[in-house]
Write a protein of this length. Sequence first.
Length: 449
Amino acid sequence: MPTERRGDSMASAMKQTPTNQETSMGKETSAQEGDSKLADLIERGHEHWRRFQYRDALESWTQACAIREQALGVEHPDTARLLNAIGNAHNKLGENNKALHFYTRAFAIREKTLGQNHPDTARTLSNCGIIRHNLGQLDQALECHKQALAICEQCQSVGKEHPDVARTLTDIGDVHDDAGHYGAACNCYRQALTIQNKVMREAHPDVARVWIGMGNVRMHQAVYQGAKECYEKALAIQETTLGRRHPATATTLTNLGLVHAKVGELKKAVQLHESALAVQREAFGSTHPDVARTLSHLGQVYEGLGVLEKAFGFHDEAYGIREKTVGLEHADTAYTLSRLGAVCRLRANHQKAMEYYHLALAVSEKALGPSHIGTAVVAHNLGHVMERLGENQMALKHFRRAISAFQSLQGELGSGHPFLTQARAAERRCSEADTNARPSEPSVSSACS
């Protein structure tokens, strides 16, 4: 939140009837007291924010907003500034719907009082986009960010080479990444980095955000060494500028943990995830989306270590958080259901695994679409379970669906992506088993050969 300007406060009417001079002096004194209380609440909120005490910051800014609304009205730009701050606090607390409510109110005021093409209007619009992204509303998120970008680029006080433009390009890249549009995501990140190299110091948290985005794309493309290098660049910046106990730094630690898990360094992965989780719980409590994400990552590592009871416990805890914070129809919830299915599959409880995978597939189709990589991975895993249950025809159906999706994404993933290789191998194996299990039909076979 930017540095606040003090609003002009007005005193409430006195119950007694003073002289004109006393009225003037009384109003002035009361106004000064109101200004002082408002400034104190705002600064107290900033101090809580700097200490990651987001609930306390929210309380201070909510009280300040009530004073400001009474003094200046509910549609004043300074009221909008505090509404935006309240939205920021809800955002940090993982309370997405509440954050969107306050950002939307701030946007309506700024659009009305400052105009559609004002930088503050663009910033709040971009905040709305971030929340819609969190909620899995990718198309709406992209539209918000694109509108914000257009405003910034056309505004004389901002222009095309400004930190706000780089920030919004990064936001757009993040949406493209989650949508599986990895080429478009990389283009946005490169544009952002080009601007940042011109207008800000190299060691800036916004620069770290771009490297994180680039690392995420590399992870999805299974280029793990490239992902590791990107995350390490981001971590070095964050540790210098934000410190090791900052929640953003913790997120990068858990991203690095994912890389180490992918290359088989499971103990190192556990260490990184546990370090991140300690910071996140200290900053957010135990029911925050970021906490759920790290719990899910820990669960996946323990799958690899074969400690299945512990893995299931982490995934189940993550599911409980996600059910409450992002809902049952979110991509993150689908991912957690899929991991619960994976643990059941490793336990050889294929019937239960099938139930989890069916749920995950239904949620993923709705949240991401039938051709998204996340949906394809769930279909592939469901195929394995159906194969184990002896349902070869159903297994083939899911394997072929996964292959079709992976092939359509080759431009984004690369032709040698392990998901496509594994799906093709599974399809061949299942197809051969199905053929061998059928009674021979000489006339048909000869006609086809």
